[in-house]
Design a protein around this ligand. Sequence first.
Ligand code: NDP
Ligand code: 2IT
Length: 451
Amino acid sequence: METNPDRYVEAFMAQLIARNPGEPEFHQAVREVAESLAPHIAASPVLQKMKILERMTEPERVVIFRVPWLNDRGEIEINRGYRVQMNSAIGPYKGGIRFHASVNLSILKFLAFEQTFKNSLTTLPMGGGKGGADFNPKGKSDNEVMKFCQSYMTELARHIGRDTDVPAGDIGVGGREIGYLFGQYKRLRDEFTGTLTGKGRDWGGSPLRPEATGYGVCYFTEEMLATRGDSLAGKTVCISGSGNVAQYACEKATQLGAKVVTLSDSSGYVHDPEGIDAAKLEYVMELKNVFRGRIKEYADRYPQATYHPGERPWGVACDVAMPCATQNELDGNNAQALVDNGCICVVEGANMPSTPEAIRIFQRHRLLYAPGKAANAGGVATSGLEMCQNSMRLSWTPEEVDARLHGIMRDIHTMCVRYGTQADGYVNYAAGANIGGFMKVANAMLAQGCV
Ligand code: NDP
Ligand code: 2IT
């Protein structure tokens, strides 16, 4: 039994790194959690004897498979498909599918690990999983995307099911891809069930699932600001990304009275000092979702906006920053720039967008800082609501789903405050989310024995 928290973390991490070499994102995600949990685990003979954290960091199952498909020129292309089934202690595996050239086992294990805690925080019965492929959708025709999705699902179908593992979208996987994936799943299994979430409204999708992650980020932001007697109204907001999460974070922040001044993609960012209002956002949605264009076109359309190629938006002065693109997109220098420019609140729409150094800077300067596993949980929570509606074979109204989403985000905030409030009154949301998310999963694992 190791009773010193620092020694516990170092010994634990040394073992984890030796067992999982060459997986830096996975190491980073686990270390962040291990540091929060160390005081509790170092004080708990049961958690140590039952090897709870050791088991939580070993996926229950990983499948890796060949995904061959024919491109529009009739040539064979080969990608690598994955599904990481991390933890099923409190429900079926649940988590998105990512199609991006960078996808590898390290990234999917970090995402599946974080998902386990996030899903626990939603209070809904969902375990943790994540999948994807190193397929790059950029420049691919609809036909090629469909062929790829069908080939990916042909293998994945044997590993998933409504009570086993329920995938959804993530980077590179939105409504179009979920449609192709669902079509192939239904064809192979000859059953119409809610095995994927994020489906179209007319065929089993929940109202508000597309909006849910971004809206949830803003609801969570409102809760955080309220702890300091403040709100989003009148705030200047920097958002990165211009995909699903960024778009709906922009929409809701604007509805709540904030002015969103940036959006980005992997090529650069646009800065619109007048704010990206509803009409301009409609243009962005068409540009990104229909024409699959680049964010730089925004600056051609709206000449008061400037385009900054190859840069991230964190040098723009703002009150609130919402990183909504990808992991490690906000480093220590970016964090320092945000602090120097007067930013008071950082809310993660993406998964693990801030590097450990960035997080230390936010916390040292006592910013309101919320990790993705708490702040972006509205997406998977609404996926959980979609599963619930599918099981009942009925559909709730948008108002009903929105009210539930709002309630869930409020409850996650309360959980973070409960487990994350320090002696000096500062709320460490990262620690709160890690401890709050861990408790339920750990208790379930203890009850279920050595499995
Ligand atoms: P989308 O594919 O819709 O959008 C992703 C956005 O991020 C695009 O603007 C993309 O730009 C940008 N981006 C992707 N990779 C990079 C990179 N390496 N560097 C800079 N920019 C990049 O994905 P989502 O909006 O769904 O996901 C965004 C984040 O939110 C991810 O971290 C995801 O895991 C997380 N998330 C998503 C949820 C969901 O429900 N969809 C739920 C919870 C979290 P480009 O077009 O140039 O690639
Ligand atoms: O990271 C995430 O929480 C998601 N991509 C959503 C997962 C889901 O199952 O809705």
